[in-house]
Design a protein around this ligand. Structure first.
Ligand code: PLP
Length: 374
């Protein structure tokens, strides 16, 4: 069998659509219908939306009524931050832009060198004002995969009467998640990070937590988010949530890949390696080689990876996440993100290793030639 044209190791940017999700979407698109219509076509569309709500709820251990569908993780984050009614917001330094930019009266909570939020600092900040706050700390980081101690964040926040929002866009479907065990008030999800379609997500709002709607209109989603539901997208999200229930079993592959890359380049560094991380994410430097050069060289070799977070312009910018972890700017510029997913196989990793090794040898041998010539 010939090798595939390319291998895809950028699941934290978006994960390819799972076949189950594609089937559910095709069925919903063929059937059509507005879930608010009273007739049979409308009722069938409503049934699809409510089935998906149960499936998404089950993925994160909540009641279906706690799930509000949105247009994605970005909207879910915006809705939580603008809708909690809290003006004072304590936000970790490594949050996604959709949290950092949606927050108002923002106070940034520092992280340590391992990318984990500094709990002592958070506690001090919570104590520094009587104004009730909203704390927003992500479940796991999109660039490093570092998992945050959410239960500890909730413990500190509840002592201070603060609400807690958790952006679980990167954690859901990769590791088991349970909103009630975590104790958070708001949880953001995105379908396309777990093998569902782009353009659909959810905000889970714990029963009893306040939520002021941001988008007004027809009263859909229990008046929390108006607008005719994206039925096919929601159906695809539900099917992907079912398929993702067991989480990702790729830690063994990922760890083997990291050991091999570090054996090739012993000066390379894997960020967050000493702390709990998602099983699928590696953020690794190739010393002296800019991340964009690595991304282009690997792409030419048929390997899709990325340089930190994908931004809308497609430009590679210096990673604020690594800078917040105290990483030197020139080192941060050499960090590559490799993220595995539901269809990753050993052959994909071999191809990545080969391409990475070739580039490393090429760059270093041209350095030697230059040094000799100098
Ligand atoms: N939060 C995190 C941690 C993410 O990684 C992303 C996407 O990259 C988002 C939020 C935004 O999700 P969406 O693309 O569904 O708007």
């Amino acid at each position: 069998m010939s090798a595939p044209a390319f291998v895809y190791l950028d699941h934290n940017a978006t994960s390819p659509l799972r076949p189950e999700a594609l089937d559910a979407m095709a069925e919903a698109l063929r059937a059509g219908g507005n879930p608010s219509s009273v007739h049979r076509v409308g009722r069938a569309a409503r049934a699809r939306v409510e089935a998906a709500r149960r499936q998404v709820a089950e993925l994160v251990g909540v009641l279906p009524a706690e799930v509000t569908f949105t247009s994605g993780g970005t909207e879910a984050n915006n809705l939580a931050l603008s809708g909690s009614g809290r003006r004072r917001m304590l936000v970790s330094a490594v949050e996604h832009d959709s949290v950092l930019r949606a927050a108002t009266n923002t106070e940034i909570v520092a992280v340590g060198g391992n990318g984990v939020v500094d709990l002592a600092t958070l506690e001090k900040m919570l104590r520094s004002s009587r104004e009730p706050a909203l704390v927003s700390v992500m479940f796991a980081n999109n660039e490093t995969g570092v998992v945050q101690p959410i239960a500890d964040v909730v413990r500190l926040a509840s002592k201070a009467g603060a609400l807690v929002h958790c952006d679980a866009v990167q954690g859901a479907g990769k590791v088991p998640l349970d909103l009630h065990a975590l104790g958070v008030d708001y949880l953001s999800l995105s379908a396309h990070k777990l093998g569902g379609p782009t353009g659909v997500g959810a905000l889970v709002v714990r029963s009893g937590a306040p939520l002021i709607a941001g988008q007004l209109g027809g009263g859909q989603e229990l008046n929390r988010r108006a607008g005719t539901e994206n039925v096919a997208g929601i159906a695809g999200f539900g099917a992907a949530a079912v398929a993702a229930r067991g989480g990702l079993d790729v830690a063994g592959l990922r760890d083997r890949m990291e050991r091999t890359l570090l054996a090739i380049a012993p000066q390379a560094c894997v960020f967050g390696a000493e702390t709990p991380r998602l099983p699928n994410t590696t953020c690794i430097t190739m010393p002296g080689v800019k991340a964009e050069t690595q991304v282009m060289a690997l792409d030419l070799a048929g390997v899709c990876v990325s340089a930190g977070a994908a931004c809308s312009s497609g430009k590679v910018t210096r990673s604020p996440v690594l800078l917040a972890m105290g990483v030197d700017a020139t080192v941060a510029d050499t960090a590559l993100r490799i993220s595995l997913g539901w269809n990753s196989a050993a052959g994909d990793i071999e191809r990545l290793i080969e391409a990475w090794r070739d580039l490393y040898i090429r760059v270093n041998s041209s350095d030697i030639v230059r040094a000799r010539a100098a």
